[in-house]
Design a binder for this molecule. Structure first.
Ligand SMILES: Cc1ncc(COP(=O)(O)O)c(C=O)c1O
Length: 398
């Protein structure tokens, strides 16, 4: 039987596609340390589980497609605490940041429209744009300079009559880059000059290191109707499985239009919305500790890798990822090889080949994305396995 062309051309997730090899390694008794996925190992705040335990309705009913009022209130409180004055018509609760991205793309683009994205980018931007029949128009950013944005003219050169938006992940997955206010201003100016939206995926907003200040796209009042924020509790509160996020915009027409999509999928999960609403009561110390932990891990991983001959990476300042350029030709093959043929003391490491984070064919084939969502001891072991594995691999595949 024939399947759709739409999905035939869609890629499998580069983060998950090596699972089969990882399972085979585990079946052989090898411990696989996963640096492939951004699944935080940090505990979800206990208020979340308390709220679930306290759920005692007799019927698990649908909720309002916009999201339940206590959850909308808690997001509003969160945003108001950050100094952004929003109201309920500025927010639509979604099934994670993922659905917020899909809703956003479908709400602002027609078939064949274009969205400009710095590459490498979060791999599912590819999948969502495929689903929405949107063309991604990438521009390059480079490991050698820490994936900073290029000059305005480079981005301007990508704009056509079909361009609807510029999409960024800030702090960046997979790069760990945190854009400066000046870089954001340049994008905002382009949006104003060329009648575009800015989609700012800020799901890693809390994870910014080295005492850097984070600038949200919401700060630019001159373009408030043009800015769409993608948000989620997945990373902020280590609650990926809850599938709760939201799209946020001062453009109320946009939120109202996206609600049509919300209504078509009826609602976000009821119990998880209730539990997510309680997360606003998470003590501030939780974030201080979590941030300190990720910053330490970032330092451990970066210090292990820096100076290794042939490895190129700049110290990332946000999120919990690092893109590393390696002296190899095919990081897919290297990642599989690590799982199938290399181990030290019965341990190996799983990494994400970076080509899936690019839409330009051929790019990223000598790069991998590493996440630091494992404890410090495992992280040191994983870095050691990666470096020694690389040496061995280069001996075999000269
Ligand atoms: C940049 C970015 N945006 C959005 C998402 C989607 O997150 P979720 O759907 O779990 O909220 C992720 C997940 O890894 C991500 O890295």
């Amino acid at each position: 039987m024939k399947l759709s062309k739409r999905l035939e051309s869609m890629q499998f997730s580069p983060i998950r596609k090596l699972n089969q090899y990882a399972d085979e390694a585990r079946n052989k008794g090898i411990k696989v340390i996963g640096l492939n996925i951004g699944q935080p190992d940090i505990e979800t705040p206990s208020v979340f589980f308390e709220a679930i335990r306290n759920f005692d309705a007799k019927v698990l009913a649908y909720t309002d497609s916009k999201g339940i009022p206590p959850l909308l209130d808690s997001f509003l409180k969160y945003y108001n605490n950050l100094g952004y004055n929003l109201d309920k018509d500025n927010i639509l609760i979604t099934n994670g940041g993922s659905e917020a991205l899909l809703f956003t793309m479908i709400s602002i683009c027609d078939e064949g429209d274009e969205i400009i994205i710095p590459e490498p980018f979060y791999t599912n931007y590819n999948s969502f744009s495929d689903l929405a029949s949107i063309k991604i128009v990438p521009f390059n950013t480079y490991a050698e300079n820490g994936f900073r944005l290029p000059d305005k003219e480079v981005i301007k050169g990508k704009i056509t009559s079909k361009t609807k938006a510029i999409l960024i992940s800030n702090p960046g997955n997979p790069t760990g880059v945190v854009y400066t206010k000046e870089e954001l201003k340049m994008l905002i100016d382009l949006a104003l000059e060329h009648d575009l939206y800015i989609i700012s995926d800020e799901v890693y907003r809390e994870f910014v290191y080295d005492n850097l200040l984070f600038t949200s796209a919401l700060e630019f009042s001159e373009v408030k109707d043009r800015v769409i924020i993608i948000d989620s509790i997945s990373k902020r509160y280590s609650a990926c499985g809850a599938r709760i996020g939201c799209m946020v915009s001062q453009n109320k027409d946009l939120i109202k239009t996206a609600l049509k999509l919300g209504q078509s999928r009826l609602c976000s999960p009821t119990i998880e919305q209730i539990a997510a609403a309680s997360l606003i009561n998470t003590p501030k110390e939780y974030f201080d500790e979590v941030k300190k932990e990720y910053e330490t891990r970032r330092n451990i991983l970066f210090d292990c890798l820096k100076g290794v001959p042939g490895i190129i990476c700049e110290k990332p300042t946000g999120a919990f990822y690092l893109i590393v350029k390696l002296p190899i030709k095919d990081s897919d093959h290297f990642a599989k090889w690590l799982l199938s043929e290399f181990s030290i003391d019965n341990k190996t490491v799983m990494i994400a080949p970076a080509s899936g984070f690019y839409s330009t064919k051929g790019l990223g084939e000598d790069e991998v994305r590493l996440s630091y969502c494992v404890n410090q001891d495992d992280l040191k072991i994983a870095a050691d396995i990666l470096i020694k594995g690389l040496l061995k691999y280069k001996e075999i595949y000269k």
